[in-house]
Write a protein that binds this ligand. Structure first.
Ligand code: KIV
Length: 267
């Protein structure tokens, strides 16, 4: 049986019905096929490709051409899932740049939705993309493209003022037209508050079990990323018989709400 076609509307309906969905990153056709066949609803062609594919220390050097190349490959492998492509560092620094680059991700890469990092500072960019019919996912909390400004990959929103800022940014971005939010590395309680305060689906990574969906970097989830793996990730291949089983185990745990548990969440 071929998998059902997933659109932004499907995911909004799932949120409305309280049904969780599963997201994983992928960067090539073969893994995209495996993800689609094993129940993942959204594939993120993340700028983490700089780290896990290109072996870089950060995502900053990733170019728009890199993301287009990998999005095209993913698109060839998966025909029914929603494909989300990342706007790389500085590709969305102004509304004009963002329109040009998001347009390329959709026209040349075949993306269905673009993801960009930033809070209220990116409100105008989100508004312009949305006005032009480009679906947007806004990435809040830990924004890895700002790693040098933040001084490292740290949990965001533990202090009341930062938590309020994230909550308020989430509302403003949805108001500006964001179709989805992604929250990275924030305390569980804050992620739950954001998820309950907006009508659009919220995808979490290191944000606890109360968001509408979860995402992991595929290679972290298969336990093959060299070096340090974040506390919030889990190796689903350990204890599974195949990659397909590991993907199914991840999807089931997300849908049942058993992943992430307290051990993979932040307070
Ligand atoms: O680039 C990426 O893979 C991401 C995830 C870490 C959410 O943004």
């Amino acid at each position: 049986m071929s998998p059902r076609k997933i659109t932004v509307s499907t995911l909004k309906q799932m949120k409305a019905e309280g049904e969780r969905f599963a997201v994983l990153t992928a960067y090539d056709a073969s893994f995209a096929y495996q993800l689609e066949q094993n129940g993942v609803e959204v594939i993120l062609v993340g700028d983490t490709l700089g780290m896990v594919i290109q072996g870089l220390d950060t995502t900053l050097p990733v170019s728009i051409d890199d993301v287009i190349y990998h999005t095209r490959a993913v698109r060839r492998g998966a025909t029914s899932v929603l494909i989300m492509a990342d706007m790389p560092f500085m590709s969305d620094a102004t509304p004009e740049l963002a329109v040009r680059n998001a347009g390329r991700l959709m026209k040349e890469g075949g993306a269905h939705i673009v993801k960009l990092e930033g809070g209220a500072n990116q409100e105008e960019v989100v508004r312009r993309l949305s006005e032009l019919g480009i679906p947007v996912c806004s990435h809040l909390g830990l924004q890895p493209q700002s790693v040098h400004k933040l001084g490292g990959y740290k949990v965001q929103g533990r202090e009341a003022s930062m938590a309020e800022q994230i909550l308020s940014d989430a509302g403003r971005l949805v108001e500006a037209g964001a179709d989805m939010l992604l929250l990275e590395c924030v305390p569980r309680e804050l992620a739950a508050q954001v998820t309950n305060s907006v009508s659009v689906p919220v995808i979490g990574i290191g944000a606890g079990p109360d968001t509408d969906a979860q995402v992991l970097v595929l290679y972290d989830m298969l336990g093959i990323t060299p070096g340090h793996r974040p506390k919030f990730s889990h190796d689903f291949l350990a204890g599974s018989e195949s990659i397909a089983d590991a993907i199914q185990a991840y999807v089931e745990s997300v849908k049942q709400g058993s992943f992430p548990d307290a051990e993979h969440s932040f307070k």
